[in-house]
Write a protein that binds this ligand. Structure first.
Ligand code: ZN
Ligand code: ZN
Length: 360
C-alpha cells in the first residue's frame, strides 16, 4: 500500500481527489496485477482494480493487499466510467496513454456528476514515482540484466562471418526465451558492417563479412522488469579504425559511469560522454541521448540527455549508451544498466566490454 499512499499524496499536491489509471504498466506498479487488460481507480486512499473474468484467478493471486479487485463482465472502461460518475472532486486522467475515445467516454461520465472539475490530465504523476526503484525492484532488474549477460556470452561463441543479422537476432531471442525471459524486452537489434551506422537498425538478411563490426542491442524481461544491453563485437580481426572508434566509445561510457551519483544533473552525465566524443572529433556522430530510465518499461524516466533538467536520485536505474555512427562505415555502441547510489552507482550488466574479435 506504500505505493498507493505515495500516489495519493502526489494527487493531493496537484489538487486531485481521484485518478483513473489506464497505463497498464502503472496498473501493475500500483496493484501487482500482471495481466494485459485492467484499469484502476484511485479515489482518495481507496484503490480499485477492474478487470474481467479471464483474469479473476490471476488477480486474486497477484493483487497487493489493500487494493480491491472488481471483476466485471464488460470492458473495464465501462465499469470505471460508472464509478467515475459517482465521484466528487477533481479526477485526473493519464494523458500519455489514454486513447481519445476513452477520454471522451470518461469526460461524459464525469460531467454528469461533477461538471467542471473533472478531466484534469495528469501526465507523469505515477511515472515520477516509478523512476526511483526499491531494493526488490533493483534485484529483479539485476536478474533481467544477468539473463542478457548470459545470452551475450553464448551468442559471441556462435557469431562468424557468413551468418545473417536475422539469424543472429533469432538466436538471441531464442536464448532469451530459454533463459526464462518472458519475451525479449524489445525488438532485438543486430546491425553489421555499414548497416551499424543506423542506431536503431532492424536485423536484415545482410551477411556478416570478415572485419565487420556487429552491434547487438537486446534485453530480457524478468518478473515484468526489463534489461537493455548493447555490445559491439568485430568478426575476425579489428582494423586500426575499428580499434580507435571502439576505444573512444568505451572511454566515453566509462567516464559517464564513473560520474554517476545521486545529486548529479542528468545533463552533466550526458556531457561527460559527449564532451569526450566531441574532443576526439566525432561529436556529430553521436546524435542521441546518453541513456534512459529502465524498469517495467524499457524506456522510462529519467532521461540522460543534453536537455534533461532532472537530478539523479538514489535508486534511479538508467542505461548508459554512448555511440559513434559513421554513415557508409558502421557504428559502435556500448550500453550498460546502472543503479544510482549515494556517492556512485552499481552496474547491473556485467558482460565483458573490451573489444572482442569473434568467429576466429
Ligand atoms: Zn538498448
Ligand atoms: Zn537503451
Amino acid at each position: 500500500m506504500r505505493r498507493i499512499e505515495a500516489v495519493s499524496s502526489k494527487m493531493a499536491e496537484r489538487g486531485l481527489k481521484n485518478l483513473v489509471v489506464s497505463n497498464i504498466y502503472n496498473v501493475r506498479y500500483l496493484s501487482g496485477f500482471s495481466g494485459s487488460t485492467a484499469m484502476m481507480l484511485i479515489a482518495g486512499e481507496k484503490a480499485t482494480l477492474v478487470t474481467d473474468f479471464r483474469y479473476k484467478e490471476q488477480a486474486d493471486g497477484e493483487v497487493f493487499r489493500g487494493v480491491e479487485v472488481r471483476i466485471d463482465t464488460r470492458e473495464a472502461l465501462k465499469a470505471i466510467c460508472e464509478m467515475v460518475g459517482k465521484l466528487k472532486g477533481k479526477t485526473g486522467l493519464e494523458a500519455g496513454t489514454l486513447s481519445y475515445s476513452a477520454y471522451d467516454k470518461l469526460r461524459a461520465a464525469a460531467e454528469d456528476a461533477v461538471p467542471i472539475e473533472s478531466g484534469v490530465l495528469s501526465s507523469g504523476l505515477i511515472g515520477d514515482l516509478r523512476k526511483t526503484k526499491d531494493e526488490n525492484e533493483i534485484e529483479t532488474l539485476r536478474k533481467a540484466a544477468r539473463i542478457a549477460d548470459d545470452v551475450f556470452s553464448d551468442i559471441v561463441k556462435e557469431i562468424r562471418a557468413g551468418m545473417t543479422e536475422v539469424r543472429i537476432a533469432a538466436r538471441i531471442d531464442y536464448m532469451l526465451r530459454l533463459k526464462s525471459s518472458e519475451v525479449p524486452a524489445f525488438k532485438t537489434i543486430v546491425a553489421s558492417g555499414e548497416h551499424a551506422s543506423l542506431p536503431h537498425a532492424s536485423p536484415s538478411m545482410r551477411v556478416v563479412r570478415d572485419g565487420d563490426l556487429i552491434t547487438m542491442d537486446f534485453g530480457a524481461i524478468w518478473d515484468g522488469y526489463c534489461s537493455d544491453m548493447t555490445r559491439t563485437v568485430v568478426a575476425g580481426k579489428a582494423s586500426d579504425k575499428v580499434k580507435e572508434i571502439y576505444g573512444i566509445v568505451l572511454e566515453a561510457q566509462r567516464a559517464a559511469i564513473d560520474g554517476i551519483k545521486a545529486g548529479k544533473a542528468c545533463s552533466d552525465i550526458d556531457a561527460l560522454a559527449r564532451d569526450h566524443i566531441e574532443a576526439k572529433g566525432y561529436g556529430e556522430n553521436f546524435g542521441h541521448g546518453l541513456g534512459h530510465g529502465l524498469g517495467l518499461e524499457v524506456h522510462e524516466g529519467p532521461r540522460l540527455s543534453k536537455k534533461s533538467e532532472e537530478i539523479l536520485a538514489p535508486g534511479m536505474v538508467t542505461t548508459v549508451e554512448p555511440g559513434i555512427y559513421i554513415p557508409g562505415w558502421g557504428g559502435v555502441r556500448i550500453e550498460d544498466d546502472v543503479v544510482v547510489r549515494d556517492g556512485g552507482c552499481d552496474v547491473l550488466t556485467a558482460a565483458a566490454k573490451e573489444l572482442m574479435e569473434v568467429g576466429g
